[in-house]
Design a protein around this ligand. Structure first.
Ligand code: NAP
Length: 254
């Protein structure tokens, strides 16, 4: 029997979980899922996993060698720029293949009222002086980088509740995990009398419905654009393409 392909998946996204699930019980692969440890109770596939940082590029390079990894799969979130940069450098230094799952960004459609900004500080500034009711869906970890102007009211949605010290002075917390449906998102925007939505352009299908609901209600959206990432050796757009690529790689692995 041919040797198994040792695969380290950098995760924290639905794509990473899906690729991992596709490999469950498949003896062509020996996959290991890596999580940063930001989510308290992650939904885990039935493959081996590890939690926590590697200690920068040097730490990841050493880990890849020690664990005899053949392929590094970067399936992190499009805003996890540091991890993606480390993956490119470490894979190169370790001399192994890097496959990046780079999901396409959301594109504005007719009727959308998007205001594009470069980062979270610019997003906060774009809210303006007049008090508004803001739906903030940037994740709880990024609240530290969002200098929430105090005159606004915020509805913050995140998987785990944000710590007290990073919450804006006025607002509500909603803990929820996607996928979300457009009708529910629309009801939420109406019930909470939201004036404006702030989000990062993650491109995720599971969280796209809020944009459709905002368009239907003609609400403005402050859209944080993605960080620029270095090109990976191999790139695919989704989990299915990643699995196909890995199957081809396994076939040529001996
Ligand atoms: P980041 O800023 O790019 O990474 C910061 C550090 O966290 C990395 O240098 C690394 O530490 C560690 N790290 C990140 N992802 C890791 C992984 N999958 N396994 C092990 N260590 C990891 O990342 P982030 O934006 O804080 O995101 C952290 C995690 O949350 C990622 O796995 C990402 O996929 C997920 N996530 C992020 C967002 C977002 O909006 N940023 C949204 C949803 C999910 P060392 O340098 O010590 O190796």
């Amino acid at each position: 029997m041919a040797a198994r392909l040792n695969i380290l998946i950098l995760g924290g996204t639905s794509e990473a979980s899906t690729v991992a699930r596709l490999m469950e019980g498949d003896d062509r692969f020996a996959p290991l899922l890596s999580l940063a440890g930001r989510t308290k109770a992650p939904v885990l596939p039935k493959i081996a996993h590890r939690v926590g940082g590697f200690g920068g590029i040097a730490g990841l390079t050493a880990y890849l060698a020690d664990a005899k990894i053949d392929v590094l799969v970067d399936a992190t979130h499009p805003f996890a720029a540091q991890m993606s940069r480390h993956a490119v450098s470490a894979a190169r230094q370790a001399g192994i293949a890097l496959l990046a799952v780079r999901r396409p960004p959301w594109q504005a459609r007719e009727g959308d009222r998007w205001h594009l900004v470069g980062d979270l500080t610019a997003a906060a500034a774009a809210l303006g002086e007049r008090p508004r009711r803001v739906f903030l869906t940037i994740g709880r970890n990024d609240l530290t980088s969002f200098p929430a102007p105090p005159q606004h009211w915020y509805l913050i949605r995140s998987v785990d509740p944000p710590p007290q010290e990073v919450r804006p002075p006025s607002g509500d917390i909603l803990t929820a995990r996607g996928p979300f449906r457009e009708a529910d998102e629309r009801r939420l925007l109406e019930n909470k009398r939201i004036d404006v939505l702030v989000t990062k352009n993650s491109g995720a299908a599971a969280t796209r419905a809020k944009l459709d609901a905002a368009r239907a209600l003609s609400l403005p959206v402050i859209m944080v654009e993605r960080p620029v990432l270095p090109a990976a050796e191999f790139e695919v757009a989704d989990a299915a393409e990643a699995f196909t690529w890995l199957c081809e790689r396994a076939a040529s692995h001996c």
